[in-house]
Design a binder for this molecule. Structure first.
Ligand code: NDP
Length: 394
């Protein structure tokens, strides 16, 4: 806590969907009267980053891309806000003393800066699931050794975190991750084969960044969440169930050995989970839509279809194989996502690419962060080759 009594916060990925919602929550919770914003970071959206820095009074604004340094510098000239760019500056943003870091960069790019924050003992509000998918136990250990808390932001994991009773971990039988099923929940594989990124990004319930929206359509997001849940809650993979729940009202549940199931419900609005992570264990008043049960009328559930959505099976394979398979799966999925968005491969080919890369890279260990970063880099190289071949064959 700062001498002023305010909470010192840094927001990695402030220009994204989670970042913008985080700044909204910060403002709802008192803005500058309640928080000192130590650092905010973005990548390409320099205009928004500069606007945010001025509005929230950030001490430091960082763009991940050196090419945007001059634009950011000139947008913030005369404000007294420190400006920096590049990978090292991003890590510095995580490493600067603050009480809490919102980790909301998309992809593996978020791992090193979030790790820097964890190692110095900041509380981590974790939206960037890739930290856990890629670095799993190493990341959890870094947080524990640093002495901070790891508070999930992903709505499903926040729901589980909220439904887990203190000291009753031994009584947990299963956790049930809910999935909306995305825009293609009822589509056949033939129908999905030809979709574009524009169509795939249209999520029925949530408004989110591009990567997670496409990941919701392919269910790769849920696949990453299975691995995230395993590491966050230190639970066996066979205790993690996925259930499709199209209304996205139940955000996830915990089943106990006495047959009870405790769930967390709410409108599909990330600000509830963000507010909880920012103020845990408090529940501050937030201006989000309240559930109207009479209007809801019904909640539906159906089993996920792992034939139409093979991503779920791949997550379980990655957990069974262990080692660096999480990092490999995550890196391959990022590459496949970019290739799909660029129109190089089809929607269904994303899963084929990921499976091929995972199979090609069996036996890689993940005993150190260097090994994780090496597996990530190698998986990207292998994925690139596979995507090239698949593109030429199409
Ligand atoms: P967005 O794509 O909306 O935002 C991503 C953020 O990361 C932006 O600030 C972006 O900067 C920045 N960024 C992009 N590339 C890089 C890079 N190479 N280096 C550093 N920063 C970069 O993503 P979301 O907010 O949707 O998601 C962020 C994370 O939160 C993801 O891990 C996602 O899975 C997770 N999450 C998101 C949810 C949601 O509702 N959106 C829900 C649950 C989890 P810029 O925009 O300036 O280019």
């Amino acid at each position: 806590m700062a001498e002023t009594g305010k909470r010192r916060i840094s927001i990695l990925g402030s220009t994204g969907s989670i970042g913008v919602n985080t700044l909204d929550v910060v403002s709802q919770l008192g803005g500058r009267d309640a928080f000192d914003v130590v650092a905010i970071t973005g990548n390409a959206n320099v205009t928004l980053l500069a606007e945010q820095a001025i509005a929230c009074g950030a001490a430091l604004a960082v763009t991940a891309d050196d090419a945007h340094y001059d634009a950011l510098k000139s947008a913030l000239s005369g404000t007294g806000i420190e400006v920096a760019a590049g990978r090292a500056a991003l890590i510095e943003a995580g490493a600067r003393p603050s009480d809490l870091v919102m980790a909301a960069i998309v992809g593996t790019a978020g791992l090193a800066p979030t790790l820097a924050a964890a190692e110095r003992g900041a509380d981590i509000a974790l939206a960037n699931k890739e930290c856990l998918v890629s670095a799993g136990e190493l990341f959890v250990r870094a947080v524990a050794e640093g002495g901070g808390r790891l508070i999930p932001v992903d709505s499903e994991h926040s729901a589980i975190f909220q439904s887990l009773e203190d000291d009753q971990h031994h009584a947990v039988e299963r956790i049930v991750l809910t999935a909306s099923g995305g825009p293609f929940r009822t589509w056949s594989r033939e129908e999905m084969a030809g979709v574009t990124a524009e169509v795939a990004r249209a999520h029925p319930n949530w408004s989110m960044g591009l990567k997670i929206s496409i990941g919701s359509a392919s269910m790769f997001n849920k696949a990453l969440e299975i691995i995230e849940a395993k590491h966050l809650f230190n639970i066996r993979p066979d205790q993690i169930e996925v259930i499709v729940h199209p209304q996205s009202i139940i955000h996830s549940m915990v089943g106990y050995q006495d047959g009870s199931v405790i769930a967390q419900l709410g409108s599909p609005d990330m600000r509830t989970a963000i507010g909880y992570a920012l103020t845990y264990p408090e529940r501050p008043k937030l201006n989000v839509e309240r559930l109207d049960f009479a209007k809801l009328a019904r909640l539906d559930f159906e089993a996920p279809d792992e034939v139409r959505f093979p991503a779920l099976r791949l997550a379980r394979t990655a957990l069974e194989r262990g080692g660096a398979q999480g990092a490999i799966m995550n890196a391959a999925e990022e590459m496949a996502f970019h290739a799909f968005c660029a129109g190089r491969i089809g929607f269904l080919t994303m899963a084929d690419v990921v499976e091929d890369v995972m199979d090609a890279m069996m036996g890689h260990a993940a005993t150190t962060m260097d090994a994780v970063f090496a597996a990530d880099a190698e998986a990207r190289r292998v994925a690139d080759e596979i995507i090239d071949k698949r593109e030429m064959a199409a």
